[in-house]
Ligand binder design. Sequence first.
Ligand SMILES: Cc1ncc(COP(=O)(O)O)c(C=O)c1O
Length: 377
Amino acid sequence: MQVPLLDLRAQYAPLKAKFLAAIEEVCDSQALVLGPKTEAFERAVSEYCGAPHAIGCSSGTDAQLMLLMALGIGPGDAVITTPYTFFATASCIARLGARPVFADIDPATYNICPSSVEAVLKKTKNVKAIIPVHLYGCCADMAALKVIAERYGVPLLEDAAQALGAQHPLGGAGSIGEAGWFSFYPTKNLGAFGDAGMVVCRDEALAAKLRAFRNHGMEVRYYHKYVGGNFRIDAIQSAVLHVKLPHLDTWSAGRRARAATYRRLFAAASLDRWFVNPVEPWSGSGLPNHHIYNQFIVRTPRRDELRACLGASGISTEVYYPLPLHLQECFRDLGYKVGDFPESERAAAETIALPIFPEITDAQQAYVVEKIAAFFR
Ligand SMILES: Cc1ncc(COP(=O)(O)O)c(C=O)c1O
């Protein structure tokens, strides 16, 4: 049996006719960049996640970059974030000449630890933003982070690249802080047919600035108020994403059900003593979508051996992420060393993502768990 990490064709097939019709409409209109399809999709996401303004753009990375540009973050500034995330979260800070300053994760959720953030705030000057990442689709502890951000007067921005549709008691992922962003890279839970992203925010003036920044800083054509960039989203991507959005909650429910199935199978196979599956932090809150399982991960010190064994059995897995950002070669100048963020380093050594997508079958999941059980036996 083959078990892919993700099967995009299973999602594409039942909606194919709708995608082709939406794409044909864009082709017939020849309104190919931004335009009415993008405006309609922006309105839909704004309503969906509960943020008043939504600005579509070329990728999740560009969403963060143009937001930090619009906030005027640059040389001499520091931005606090987690070292256990995708590279873009920190690289966008560094690309603007600002300094990423890391705070370790809470091993129970893999998200930035609020008390570590506060410790860093106490000893760091010129902090211009705090960026939690809702890693794997699970909301960070936004209540605690909000209190700390307000106490220090620092904007709280959310990297919700993996978390559109995740819910926290304070609101939808991305809509809780001053601004947040999503990635629509094809493997994300809401994936385009190429690259795309979006910023959402509360403040109307910031939204207007972001619309200018995504289009070379223009409010009036060929009059450049800011030095922005080309961060525009294509109409075809907006149209495709708009076809998918109404299905997102059903897909998230499917991912949650699949996660529950893994847990049930692990328990039945007595696997819990061999490895840990991090807990669901808001399970007492009554929110159905506190974790939307963009990824389903487990951790074991024998991660690399387990991964090789599953690969040999036709089961695809991934390691998000093998080296925390404070130890990346390009960030050597930041002066961090091994041991600075022990939880992130341990997570990087032990974590493995298992196949998860709404359409994965019971038989595929049973096969994955059977092979894991055989490995530990
Ligand atoms: C946490 C996180 N931040 C940012 C990004 C960047 O998004 P994109 O790939 O759309 O540029 C990603 C996507 O991989 C991500 O997972």
